[in-house]
Design a protein around this ligand. Structure first.
Ligand code: GDP
Ligand code: MG
Length: 443
């Protein structure tokens, strides 16, 4: 998520932290770079301007530059201001006594139908009993899509014959909820390619008929500033209560997300991070800011771990990622465990300082690769697994032959493992001793 922006801000932060003194000119130079990085990530220029001005003002006003570790202080200011533009507090849905209606609106292709089903899964995990309503009545394929997703996740979907007015289907959904004990009714609506009057009129009608507890606007984060404009236009007509930003797993232009709250005043509620049904994250401004600055997001990481496996196993896995003890033997079992937690690239972005490894690690857990890694490690002696530095050319050839792979594969595995170890050592040096988990940010 936001890899390019994160990498640039993390480089600036690392340099700032390394400087014992910080002059006015140093600060200006650093802030100029921050400004450029944000603009290139498609953060709205007005937001960038205020952001940089506030950091400068606070740095100078609080005599940060003359204090101890001025670079750390400036990074802290950047973090605080990032949290601020992202909305400060988490926006939790206000569902009230059931059945509460949650209306999902947005342009075609933004991810409404997918997000409806993901949201149902998430709310069920939070202890609710959700029900889905297919109110995108114009395209039978749209209804079919939601029905299929509902079957996949085991959540009831209420539909009507093609041509039924959306409000009538939603009413049927409410009746079904009352009858069946569901407390949240998630309504998936029709979108158009562009904003137009008939669509807005239909949505206004739905809002006044249903009085939704939440009206969530679904936005495709990959469309950059266009998403900001769409949000402004929708919000001018409809009482939007929250945003779902989808496709945050793509890097391109996701920076628009950073400005959307400040520009529209509407809080971000969730982030879509993939096509799978569990790829919807509750949005926490502080956690995303930490992730962007490479301070990690251990809380989300552990939550994800708990969702993917049993609690004890989850804690062990999270601990292993953070610990400096690391052999080739648990490299493999860890790849398998972590794989169940979701895309490993996304997981590594949450580990302090590890975002840069996300791409390589993702490649390492693709199915074919995982099998190959298993075969290679099986062909090693126990000593070799514990002390891979012993594995020189002759041993590499033996292992390649034994595992039915090639020396290039063995080399790659050893290189990946070495990088992993290097990362773990780096983590250990971020204020804690090797062998210890690094200091966890915040909270
Ligand atoms: P709708 O027209 O607004 O209902 O959009 P859909 O829910 O049908 O989604 C359009 C496409 O975007 C589908 O192929 C989804 O799988 C994909 N999609 C939705 N959310 C995400 C996301 O968070 N990440 C990725 N990578 N794809 C997504
Ligand atoms: Mg749809």
């Amino acid at each position: 998520m936001l890899e390019t922006l994160s990498a640039r801000l993390q480089a600036i932060a690392a340099r700032l932290r390394g400087q014992a003194r910080l002059t006015d000119a140093d600060l200006d130079a650093a802030l100029r770079e921050v400004r450029l990085a944000l603009l290139e990530a498609d953060v709205h220029f007005r937001v960038v301007k205020t952001f940089v001005a506030r950091i400068r003002e606070r740095a100078i006003g609080s005599a940060v530059l003359d204090g101890v570790r001025p670079g750390h202080q400036v990074v802290k200011l950047v973090h605080e201001e990032l949290v601020d533009i992202l909305g400060g507090e988490r926006h939790a849905l206000r569902l009230g006594p059931g059945p509460a209606v949650v209306l999902l609106v947005g342009l075609q292709g933004s991810g409404k139908t997918t997000s409806s089903a993901k949201l149902a899964v998430r709310l069920r995990r939070d202890g609710h009993r959700p029900l889905l309503v297919a109110a995108d009545v114009y395209r039978p394929a749209a209804v079919e899509q939601l029905v299929r997703l509902g079957q996949q996740v085991g959540i009831e979907v209420v539909t009507g014959p093609t041509g039924t007015p959306p409000a009538a289907i939603a009413d049927a959904g409410l009746a079904a909820a009352r009858g069946g004990g569901a407390d949240v009714v998630i309504v998936d609506t029709a979108g158009r390619q562009h904003m137009d009057q008939p669509m807005m009129a239909e949505l206004e009608g739905l809002v006044s008929a249903l009085q939704p507890a939440e009206s969530l606007l679904v936005l495709d984060a990959m469309t950059g500033q266009e998403a900001v404009r769409v949000a402004e236009t929708f919000h001018a007509t409809l009482p939007i209560t929250g945003l779902i930003l989808t496709k945050m797993d793509g890097d391109a232009r996701g920076g628009a997300a950073l400005s959307i709250r400040t520009v529209t005043g509407v809080p971000i509620a969730y982030l879509g991070t993939g096509e799978g049904m569990d790829a919807l994250e509750a949005f926490h401004p502080d956690r995303l800011a930490q992730r962007i600055l490479g301070m990690g997001d251990i809380v989300t990481l552990v939550e994800r771990a708990q969702e993917g496996m049993d609690r004890e196993e989850a804690e062990r896995a999270a601990q292993r990622i953070l610990e400096s003890r690391f052999s080739l033997e648990d490299f493999r079992s860890q790849l398998q465990q972590v794989k169940r937690m979701g895309p490993i690239g996304q997981l590594l972005e949450m580990v302090p300082g590890a975002a840069g490894l996300a791409g390589a690690a993702q490649a390492a857990v693709d199915d074919g690769e995982l099998r190959r890694v298993g075969a290679i490690i099986d062909s090693m002696t126990p000593t070799e697994r514990r002390e891979p530095h012993l594995i020189k050319a002759a041993r590499r050839r033996r292992i390649a032959t034994g595992s039915g792979t090639s020396v290039a594969h063995v080399n790659r595995l050893l290189r990946q493992f070495e990088e992993m170890q290097k990362l773990v050592r780096q983590l250990g040096s971020g204020g804690s001793r090797p062998g210890q988990a690094p200091r966890l940010p915040g909270r």
